[in-house]
Design a protein around this ligand. Structure first.
Ligand SMILES: [Zn+2]
Ligand SMILES: [Zn+2]
Length: 571
């Protein structure tokens, strides 16, 4: 499939070359579900260009020209691509003296291959979008135009994919975030910096309250630490050396350099070190909803899913080596409990191993990695190894959750760390009276509030489970004479910890119902003369169901039990 998709990229490049003979070519790899190619063109592409390029591609596919591989030495290749500056740059950087090229029809490309036999082997495809892309992802280099396409073996698979794509764009959290008035990001404030609106903030608070409660139950304490700290602290930790590309520049405070924190770990270490700790006082589990800032290129920022400032649902566990296994096991179980509660029942586990830039010795890394493997095996959890993706101070378990459309999201992460305790001399007094090094576990069970919110919005298409909804009940009076009853009713419902609003605008009832449905408010209570006389409400659900007249007490009880159970049931 990947070979076919890469071949489709070459065919697209040939089609573009036929339409724009002066085109210059960047790179054109296969990606998940499809392919792209980057071009420098004499004019900006518009969406209407895509069908024209597709039609040219079909001609090339019908011609069924073979993909032919050739090898040549670098000097010849430089000659062959003399009119293609981006290819020249790539050739110059190739380590080998011999390079390979592929030809099909009138097109030739610098390429390692492999390819399908001939253009006729390319099956169902579609060009999906156009985007700007800096050459080599570098904002200081030329901006090229990228065309994305998808390709599959059968027409049915392609149609299925396009249907999912349509559904995904309907669920896009950036679009729904605006429509549901959840959050915004402002050019004036800077990209990647999230402003939570009252409705988004309610959802976040409910998540945070639940999170705190579950952590207290499991023996965690809550701490708070500052947002900036002297740069020397980050030099001791190794962040300055190993994590520099994610840090913001230092700021000067009375001649001392401070940085804004990219992680919460060091504050917790400082708290730990305020006392001599005994083996009997361990483990210590300290949790913080800690806001951190990391540099990301503006080109990769994406709504709430990839940002520059975010709040981790962080915690650090300081434990003895003999406690590590049970601590990590409990964290894995807590993470699964949290995800299950939010309606994610399908996830994948990755075990990330030592990266190229790492602190500590290989032996310590191997021990830590082995202990994580052992824990996962004992829990009988399937996992895959993600080589080189650990953090600089230790290996980690990443849990990726699958949403309603089958897409994976980065969720909880659990990291075992022998390095920071070493660097900061974090120890305890053992039963032998001697000092021993603690082991640190860094972990989140949701990831970050921002990314988790994005995931929730897209998973539920904005219709959150009732317990998370910013507004759970809207009361809709039919006429002005029902206003008093509506407000009385709101008081009664509100007393039961249900979030309720009265829509007392002078608008028509049907419009109010439609807007409440668009706002994904689970329960609409319509009240008129009949309801006023019988102490009832006329109950409608956001799903469009009309349940007719229901006594107030019965509605309140049913709604309360749905909310308290934190289920995804409607009623
Ligand atoms: Zn190629
Ligand atoms: Zn940490």
């Amino acid at each position: 499939m990947e070979t076919m998709r890469h071949s489709a990229a070459h065919v697209m490049a040939e089609a573009v070359q036929r339409l724009f003979p002066e085109a210059r070519f960047g790179i054109g790899p296969a990606i998940e579900d499809g392919f792209y190619y980057d071009f420098e063109l004499p004019r900006t592409l518009v969406p209407e260009d895509l069908p024209t390029i597709e039609a040219k591609m079909r001609e090339i596919i019908v011609a069924n020209s073979p993909f032919v591989r050739e090898e040549m030495d670098k000097a010849q290749a430089l000659q062959l691509f003399s009119a293609q500056p981006y290819k020249l740059e790539l050739i110059a950087e190739l380590p080998d003296e011999t390079v390979s090229i592929y030809r099909q029809g009138s097109f030739v490309d610098l390429c390692r291959g492999p390819h399908v036999e001939s253009t006729g082997d390319i099956k169902s495809f579609k060009l999906t979008s156009i985007a700007g892309a800096y050459w080599r992802g570098d904002e200081k280099r030329a901006m090229l135009q990228r065309i994305y396409g998808v390709a599959f073996d059968t027409e049915a698979e392609l149609e299925d994919y396009l249907a999912r794509l349509g559904e995904a764009s309907k669920r896009d959290h950036r679009k729904l975030g605006k429509e549901l008035d959840l959050f915004s990001i402002h050019d004036e404030a800077g990209p990647g910096l999230v402003h939570w609106h009252p409705k988004g903030a309610v959802v976040r608070q409910v998540i945070e309250d639940f999170w705190k409660e579950e952590h207290r139950k499991r023996g965690y304490d809550i701490v708070y630490t500052p947002h900036i700290a002297k740069v020397n602290l980050w030099k001791t930790s190794g962040h300055w050396d190993f994590y520099r590309e994610s840090l913001y520049s230092p700021m000067d405070v009375e001649g001392q350099e401070y940085i804004i924190k990219p992680m919460n770990c060091l504050g917790h270490i400082l708290i730990y070190k305020t006392q001599l700790r005994s083996y009997r006082s361990l483990p210590l589990r300290w949790a913080e909803l800690g806001t951190v800032y990391r540099y990301e290129r503006s080109g990769v920022l994406h709504g709430l899913a990839r940002v520059r400032g975010f709040t981790q649902d962080d915690a650090h566990i300081f434990c003895r080596p003999d406690q590590l296994e049970s601590e990590v096991t409990e964290v894995v179980q807590l993470a699964r409990f949290m995800l299950d509660t939010f309606g994610f029942h399908d996830y994948e586990l990755l075990l990330s191993t030592r990266p190229d830039k790492y602190a500590g010795t290989i032996q310590v890394w191997e021990e830590a990695t082995e202990s994580l493997k052992k824990i996962l095996e004992r829990l009988e959890i399937d996992y895959t190894i993600d080589p080189g993706e650990g953090v600089f101070y230790g290996p980690k378990i990443d849990i990726k959750l699958r949403d309603a459309l089958g897409r994976l999201w980065q969720g909880p992460t659990i990291q075992v760390d022998f390095n920071l305790p070493e660097r900061f001399d974090v120890s305890y007094v053992g039963d032998d009276g001697a000092q021993h090094r603690v082991v640190m576990v860094h972990r989140t069970v949701l990831g970050s509030m921002e990314r988790f919110m994005a995931c929730l919005v897209e998973h539920y298409a904005g219709a959150f489970p009732v317990w998370l909804c910013p507004v759970q009940v809207v009361i809709i009076p039919i006429a002005d004479r029902h206003l008093d009853y509506a407000h009385q009713l709101a008081g009664k419902v509100g007393e039961c910890n249900i979030r309720v609003q009265v829509d007392d605008r002078p608008e028509r009832m049907n419009l109010k119902i439609r807007e409440a449905q668009l706002g994904k408010i689970p329960y609409m209570l319509v009240v008129g003369d009949k309801e006023l006389d019988t102490c009832a409400v006329s109950l409608r659900l956001r799903t469009g169901e009309d349940l007719g007249s229901v006594p107030v007490a019965e509605f309140v009880n049913r709604a309360k039990s749905i909310i308290e159970a934190r289920t995804a049931d409607e009623l």
